[in-house]
Ligand binder design. Structure first.
Ligand code: AMP
Ligand code: MG
Ligand code: MG
Length: 374
């Protein structure tokens, strides 16, 4: 274990542990069979799995970090009694083996906001597209998404004998863990977007990127998984419907591998406590060539999208951009080439400056059809 782990690493470690517990709770709701669906608004559902997972995550993290602001998607009765077995007080030991990046070491309670989407992809969950579902816990420091946990409860559902579910986590400047980084195919353009919140403008923005393939799946978390695992080149969502809890964890993990998530003006989201919950500037996420995709968006669509209020960037000089195993190689100089694309390439963005080292490319996986109904 790293000696005297920092507050940020303790929160990441606790978030990994509690995401495992929440994932079990979500699977149990489905096994019991009564989803308890409530309509929160137009095309906006909540189930017992969303409610129970949020109770588990927020109550557990609040107990461990009582002075840190935590925002969950669901509006629940604060007086409600939380079952004792929903409270996770453990820390993930693997996370605590890692040393906190220098720029985060002195982070205080009041600098941090945790954004929780207890179940991302609820519409797909109710329809049986279970592999689209993720649990998202994003950690922001002075408005910047810096660390994230994405748990996929039904990962491997189609591979009997393999463990069900997986947890991915990452910290910008440290690395990412729990998945194999892959690069998307070089000879075509594959775009992912919403499956259940689409309209004419969403489709027009996707078409403007001249895709060879469009992958329509549920969940912001799931779409960013497709990006980092090399199944798509860009996540394009010309809509104001995505919220801060949808993007905080995915943005941090994407950023930690050298990708970029911004609004349609190229501005990074601000995750401070006082920001509006909706990402009204739209969402564009890429693993590379962010400016190229940004430039594809027609002017009249950009005009409809608000300009996000960017958080003042954190002061950190060097970020090693690669996954955990690759990070070890990079440290031994086995991976020495530098990328020409720092985490945020757009001129409008005042993102932290990064001296990025890339991982070597791995074989692309071109099986992008993840619309498997269970
Ligand atoms: P999707 O790609 O449709 O799964 O959307 C990603 C995330 O944004 C999910 O958590 C959705 O619930 C949320 N979202 C996107 N559009 C809307 C909308 N029009 N109303 C409510 N939630 C939305
Ligand atoms: Mg969501
Ligand atoms: Mg949700």
């Amino acid at each position: 274990m790293a000696s005297n782990p920092s507050l940020v690493m303790r929160i990441v470690s606790a978030s990994v542990a509690v995401s495992n517990r929440a994932s079990n709770i979500i699977r149990n709701v489905l096994t019991k069979g009564d989803l308890g669906i409530v309509e929160k608004g137009k095309n906006d559902l909540q189930t017992e799995a969303d409610r129970s997972a949020q109770r588990c995550i927020v109550a557990s993290l609040h107990k461990q970090f009582p002075n840190v602001a935590i925002f969950g998607e669901e509006q629940l009765d604060p007086q409600e009694k939380i079952p004792q077995d929903f409270i996770e007080q453990g820390f993930d030991a693997e996370v605590l083996k890692h040393t906190c990046p220098e720029y985060l070491k002195d982070t205080k309670d009041e600098d941090i906001v945790i954004w929780v989407d207890p179940l991302d992809g609820t519409a797909e969950f109710t329809q049986g597209f279970l592999d689209h579902v993720t649990v998202l816990i994003g950690i922001s420091v002075r408005g910047n998404a810096v660390a994230g946990v994405i748990h996929q409860p039904w990962y491997n559902f189609d591979k009997p004998g393999l463990p069900l579910g997986r947890c991915l986590w990452g910290v910008i400047g440290l690395g990412t863990y729990g998945f194999e980084r892959e690069t998307p195919p070089a000879d075509k353009v594959i775009i992912t977007t919403s499956r259940s919140h689409s309209d004419r403008m969403v489709t027009e923005a996707v078409e403007a990127c001249k895709p060879d393939e469009v992958v329509r799946v549920g969940g912001a978390g799931h779409k960013v998984l497709l990006l980092i695992e090399g199944k798509v080149h860009a996540y394009v969502f010309a809509s104001k419907g995505c919220k801060k809890w949808d993007t905080c964890a995915p943005e941090a993990i994407l950023h930690a591998v050298g990708g970029t998530l911004t609004d349609f003006h190229g501005i990074r989201m601000n995750y401070s406590a006082d920001v509006q919950r909706k990402n009204t500037g739209g969402v564009l996420a890429t693993v590379a060539d962010h400016a190229k995709f940004l430039n594809c968006i027609p002017e009249h669509i950009r005009d409809v999208m608000d300009k996000s209020s960017e958080a003042p960037p954190l002061d950190f000089k060097e970020v090693i951009v690669c996954g955990g195993a690759d990070l070890e190689k990079a440290k031994k100089n086995e991976v020495s080439e530098k990328t020409s694309s720092p985490p945020n390439q757009n001129a409008e963005s005042t993102a932290p400056k990064a001296d990025s080292k890339s991982t070597s490319a791995t074989v692309p996986n071109d099986n992008a059809n993840t619309n498997t109904k269970l």
